[in-house]
Design a protein. Structure first.
Length: 590
């Protein structure tokens, strides 16, 4: 809510000061007139009563004006209190709503998590589809609840904005009303103050005339009293001062006598001590001379040993430098060999890849042809060829390139820092995770590896060839930094961190593309078709068993039919032979 103007309170203070001044003048005038003469008491009483009446009138005007102004403030404070109470209640309800929604969302999320575990146990596609649909419905329900809550909060926010605009308009109206009432009170108080000021001026003139004589008498009395007090104080001060000086002089005389006697004894004692010290110094000088001669001999011996040690150190240093240069050259040769063998390995890898890829693609073609025959001949279904994106690709998907000089520098630094962790722990850190020794090593490798390329001109190399090694390195690094856009120390630290982390990133290269490629070829026949093939194989085996049994039964049936035919023939022969034999036997019987 807006604050009331400070100028109102300042005007109230000014009015209070004027009122207090009037009361003070009336009281002084009353006392003076009472002390001077009782004949003027009637005049003082009339003036005092008139001042009290005018003071009460001004106080009433001030209280009425203040009440008119503060009534608006009280109403605004009451409305603000109601608004804050409603705001706290809305915040509480909104917080409860958010907590309830969070609990329900957490319960639904836990239910979704449990159903994912149950879905993993499903085996058939229909069950999996039902489980996925139920999971999708639960997720959509959670999202719908969230959207509903968001819309409700947005509506509350919009209502709060509208309420805020209305409150601003109401506050502007209240401020205008306060200003209007303040201006009215100021105009009325101005009139009262002008009238009061005229009366104060009249009273001031009367009071000044009466107080002039009184002030003269008081000044004379004060002057006499001051002179009496001043002379008495000066007399007492001078007396005390003289007594103190006499006592101090007596004490100083006693101290001087005591100091003279003490100084005589000290001088005698110091004279004896100086004699003894002189004797001791003579003995000490002789001892020091002998010691200086002995130390001079030791110093000469140490100088000769130091010279011999320096010669030996220089020889060892030169030998170590030669070994360092030789090892450095060997290391560079090893790097070149490594790059060469890396290229050969990459070429060999690509050949093996192409051979294996051809074999695998041929096997995939055979598998697809088998699947087509099964669908068309055995199942009687139309066969649709699956998408084969791997057939359009040939050769490795991801292959390693030859390492550049910066990568080799990063590998070298990674190996060095990995082998000497204890040694680098004690070095000063540059503030970016890489110590100064490592940064120095990186800069040296950049000078050695990149100086022969296009970053540094050959003319510049010829010009700086006669300089010292450090100066050559500084000039080369300046050219390299200018070429690659490095301008500050932070850029150097970032480059060092990049080179330090490059080797680790290279080691962590995943073969996700190759794996996905081979898995795509391996899964050219999906699991569903493999299960179909397995079921078809089982059914065909059963069908083959039934056909085998039928073949056996057919063979047995043919044997039985042949036996029946033979039996019929024998029976027919038997019947025909029996019929021909009967006429021949009849005459014989007769």
């Amino acid at each position: 809510m807006p604050a009331f103007p400070v100028i109102t309170m300042q005007r109230f203070d000014f009015k209070n000061r004027i009122t207090a001044t009037k009361l003070f003048l009336v009281m002084v005038l009353n006392q003076y007139l009472t002390s001077e003469s009782l004949s003027k008491s009637h005049f003082v009483d009339q003036d005092f009563h008139f001042s009290l009446f005018f003071l009460q009138h001004m106080t009433k005007l001030q209280s009425d004006g203040l009440e008119l102004v503060t009534n608006i403030q009280v109403a605004v404070d009451a409305r603000d209190s109601d608004w804050r109470t409603g705001l706290e209640e809305a915040c509480r309800l909104r917080r409860d709503k958010l907590e309830n929604e969070a609990k329900s969302s957490q319960e639904k999320f836990e239910e979704i998590t449990r159903k994912w575990t149950d879905a993993k146990m499903k085996q058939t596609p229909l069950d999996l589809r039902d489980a996925l649909n139920s999971q999708q419905q639960l997720c959509e329900q959670i999202v719908a609840d969230k959207n509903k809550l968001i819309s409700e909060l947005q509506q509350e926010l919009k209502a709060s904005d509208d309420r805020y605009v209305k409150d601003l308009k109401k506050q502007a109206k209240d401020i205008d009303l306060i200003i209007e009432r303040m201006e009215e009170q100021i105009s009325s108080l101005k009139k009262s103050y002008l009238e009061d000021l005229e009366q104060i001026e009249v009273l001031n003139c009367l009071l000044q005339n009466m107080l002039q004589g009184l002030s003269l008498l008081e000044e004379h009395e004060d002057l006499l009293q001051k002179l009496r007090v001043q002379k008495a104080e000066e007399y007492n001060t001078d007396k005390i001062k003289m007594d103190t000086e006499v006592q101090n002089l007596r004490k100083k005389l006693q101290e001087v006598k005591f100091n003279c006697h003490l100084n005589e004894e000290k001088l005698d004692y110091k004279y004896e001590v100086l004699k003894k010290r002189e004797e001791e110094n003579t003995i000490l000088k002789s001892q020091l001379k002998r010691k200086i001669i002995r130390m001079q001999d030791i110093l000469n011996n140490l100088k000769s040993k130091c010279a011999n040690q320096e010669k030996q150190s220089k020889a060892e240093e030169q030998s170590l430098r030669n070994d360092y240069a030789r090892i450095k050259q060997q290391y560079k040769d090893m790097q070149k060999k490594e790059r060469h063998f890396a290229a050969l390995d990459a070429e060999r890898f690509e050949k093996i890849w192409l051979i294996s890829e051809g074999e695998v693609k041929a096997m995939a073609h055979r598998a697809l042809e088998t699947d087509r025959i099964i669908h068309e001949q055995q199942l009687g279904l139309a066969w649709v060829s699956p998408p084969l994106p791997f057939m359009e690709h040939s050769g490795p998907i991801e292959h390693k390139t030859l390492k550049t000089a910066s990568q080799a520098a990063a590998d070298t630094l990674q190996e060095e820092t990995g082998d000497s962790v204890e040694e680098s722990e004690g070095l000063e850190d540059t503030g970016s995770g890489v110590n100064r020794r490592t940064v120095k090593r990186i800069l040296e490798l950049l000078c050695d590896e990149l100086v022969s390329g296009f970053l540094v001109e050959s003319k510049l190399l010829k010009l700086v060839s006669h300089l010292e090694k450090n100066e050559q390195s500084l000039i080369k690094l300046d050219c390299i930094f200018t070429a690659i856009g490095i301008e500050s120390e932070n850029d150097v630290h970032k480059m060092a961190e990049f080179l330090m982390n490059y080797r680790q990133r290279g080691r962590e290269e995943n073969d996700s593309g190759d794996t996905a490629y081979w898995e795509c070829i391996a899964n050219v026949i999906p699991e569903s078709k493999l299960r179909l093939w397995s079921a078809l194989d089982t059914a065909l085996n059963k069908y083959h068993t039934i056909l085998t049994e039928r073949a056996k039964l057919l063979a047995e049936t043919q044997n039985v039919q042949q036996q029946n035919t033979e039996l019929r023939q024998l029976l027919h022969l038997y019947t025909t032979s029996k019929a021909s034999a009967e006429p021949e036997m009849q005459p014989t019987r007769m």
